[in-house]
Write a protein that binds this ligand. Structure first.
Ligand code: FAD
Ligand code: FES
Length: 263
């Protein structure tokens, strides 16, 4: 496997919304291998916090050997809080690229719906960039937020953007499926990343319409490399003895065909 643990250097960091930070990291070997939908494990410099934080790749700049991550600070005294305090020139350990990434070929010359919800928004940016640039995909980006939006300029540069907010402050009031209904959107293929209730609704919609659908799951994780089984989800695979085969989100995913997993 090509994943590796290495020291990355912070190139820049900015706060882009309440509790949401955007960080560019220099991590040449990781950037060289990475594909959309993959993630990195980020280690804090605090010895008391041993487990890394899995964070999706929001942008991959192969020329600069750089990665962009966009993440939410989940509270005081958290690892993500520590990341948010880092400045250009600081270094941290990262491992990656991890996981399997989205199937780009399926989107080739097709009309696609890309769904992102909350911290599931960031990974859809690099996916939209690569689908638009390399696969002639018509990207319709449907992004859902609680209230404050982020990454909208970047999204608009890579497709048609539709926004849903829970409080109705921007775009359609409600969730991403409300935006699909409001704008009568249609597609040949769906890619999605976000909270489980959102993925469940999208999976059901895809099933009803008979649309191929890929989802990225953001389960709780520990080791991030398939060793601890701390991230298993139920799959639909059943063996000859009626045993359900569980899948590891970190290694078998985080991207799955929606039909492969129970939500
Ligand atoms: P703490 O409370 O300090 O975390 C304690 C421990 O629990 C850590 O080991 C932490 O990694 C683990 N943990 C807590 N919540 C989660 C969670 N939801 N998922 C996995 N581990 C968790 N968040 C973003 O903001 N942006 C992203 O792009 C992003 N991509 C992700 C991609 C994948 C594949 C997964 C699995 C999760 C992703 N997340 C993302 C969620 C992010 O990993 C958690 O919010 C983060 O680990 C919380 O860490 P903390 O230091 O804030 O919290
Ligand atoms: Fe350890 Fe997935 S996090 S097996």
């Amino acid at each position: 496997s090509k994943k590796q643990k290495m020291t990355a250097v912070v190139i820049s960091q900015e706060k882009i919304a309440e509790d949401i930070y955007s960080m560019w990291l220099k991590a040449e070997p990781v950037a060289a291998e990475a594909v959309p939908g993959q993630f990195i494990s980020m280690y804090t410099n605090d010895g008391a916090k041993l487990l890394p934080r899995p964070i999706s790749l929001c942008e991959i700049d192969k020329e600069k050997g750089a990665l962009r991550v966009v993440y939410r600070v989940t509270g005081e005294k958290t690892g993500t809080k520590q990341f948010s305090q880092m400045k250009a020139g600081d270094s941290l350990e990262v491992m990656g690229p991890l996981g399997n990434g989205f199937d780009l070929e399926t989107g080739k010359e097709k009309k696609a719906l890309l769904f992102g919800g909350g911290i599931g928004v960031p990974p859809m940016l690099e996916l939209a960039k690569q689908l638009t640039a390399g696969y002639q995909t018509e990207c319709q980006l449907v992004m859902g937020y609680r209230s404050e939006t982020f990454l909208t300029k970047e999204m608009e540069a890579n497709g048609t953007l539709y926004i849903a907010t829970e409080d109705g402050s921007t775009g359609t009031k409600g969730n991403v499926m409300d935006a699909v209904a409001a704008d009568s959107l249609e597609a040949d293929v769906i890619y999605a990343c976000g909270p489980t209730p959102m993925l469940r609704a999208i999976k059901q919609y895809a099933q009803e319409k008979g649309i191929e659908c890929y989802i990225s799951m953001e389960e709780r994780m520990a080791c991030g490399i398939g060793a601890c089984l701390g991230c298993v989800c139920q799959s639909k695979e059943v063996d000859d003895h009626s045993h359900v085969h569980n899948k590891r989100v970190c290694k078998d995913g985080p991207v799955f065909l929606a039909t492969e997993v129970e939500l």
